[in-house]
Design a protein around this ligand. Structure first.
Ligand SMILES: *Cc1c(COP(=O)(O)O)cnc(C)c1O
Length: 304
């Protein structure tokens, strides 16, 4: 029973899908590492960020995991289900007041998966002492910061590049929220690979330092964050992004999400067209999942 949560998530579902589209110059090859196929709710990178945190909670004989996030958070959705599968309790501190009878799909599912939900006002949520108070109230819970942003989270992401053969890619592109996934990729990339993070938050200049704080001193890959592809900011999804996501899906069969991976692929297109990638580049895009977040849209917005 103890290992059932590990075997429920089979990495054999993950594929490396080469794709070509009409906007991609012929001298560039591209492929998508489909972490989204891991599980519909424990999407992509969130599982890798949670994995060692769950192991730590179990090793410390904690009753569960205490974490926090917004009403559409992929991290909340993943934590609720991962804890259920691992036989751990889960408590989520949720940003914003509860709207009775009108919970998001994410929160309804988290609730069904047994996560205890505590709603705090946006103002209280921003205040560090609110979360600290809950940490004190639940000393037998292992605390995972918002978005799975801790060293255990980054170390779990070091596994991502070894699921399938990825060493002959010249560039690795990944969307960045907290930068935890990116740090794990940088720590595990081959020395000649260039790792590029695409922040989805506007003006996230603090991210460079936050990524650096999670890097192993011996890491060798070169990396950078490119800040111009947030499409107006976190949670902003202008019509041209929606159109792009629909067109990309029609051309490749690959679904992306409006918060992270859609912006990642659009950044890739723009960089490819600007001549960013030298001839012969082989570019690996990490599909970090997050498709459950698309359920926040009206049903006819996306074509898949
Ligand atoms: C949370 C999330 C990210 C951001 O990951 P970080 O490790 O916080 O940078 C990227 N993509 C998807 C789909 C996510 O859900």
């Amino acid at each position: 029973m103890a290992k059932s949560y590990l075997t429920m998530l089979s990495y054999s579902n993950i594929t490396l899908d080469a794709f070509h589209t009409q906007w991609l110059p012929d001298h560039i090859q591209a492929a998508m590492l489909r972490l989204d196929k891991l599980h519909p709710a424990i999407s992509g990178n969130k599982w890798f960020k949670l994995k060692h945190n769950i192991e730590a909670a179990k090793a410390d004989r904690c009753n569960g995991i205490l974490t926090c996030g917004g009403a559409y958070s992929n991290h909340i959705a993943a934590t609720a289900l991962a804890c259920k599968l691992a036989g751990l309790g889960a408590l989520g501190i949720i940003r914003g007041e509860e709207h009775h009878g009108n919970m998001s799909h994410t929160l309804t599912t988290a609730d069904e998966n047994g996560m205890g939900l505590v709603f705090v006002s946006r103002e209280d949520y921003r205040n560090r002492t609110t979360l600290q108070a809950y940490e004190i109230l639940f000393p037998d819970y292992h605390v995972v910061p918002e978005g799975g942003h801790n060293a255990l989270g980054a170390s779990g992401c070091e596994e991502i590049l070894s699921i399938l053969p990825t060493t002959d890619f010249t560039h690795i592109l990944c969307a960045a929220g907290t930068g935890t996934t990116l740090a794990g990729l940088i720590n595990s990339a081959a020395p000649a690979q260039q790792v590029i993070g695409i922040p989805v938050l506007k003006g996230a200049r603090y991210l460079e330092q936050e990524v650096r704080d999670l890097l192993h001193p011996a890491n060798t890959a070169s990396w950078q964050l490119l800040h111009d592809f947030h499409c107006g900011g976190y949670g902003k999804h202008p019509a041209h992004l929606i159109d792009f996501i629909n067109t990309f899906h029609a051309a490749t069969g690959i679904p992306t999400d409006i918060i992270y991976t859609g912006k990642l692929v659009m950044a890739f297109r723009d960089l490819a067209q600007q001549g960013y990638f030298p001839d012969g580049s082989k570019v690996l895009l990490i599909h970090t999942g997050g498709l459950q977040g698309n359920l926040s849209l009206a049903p006819d917005v996306l074509s898949f």
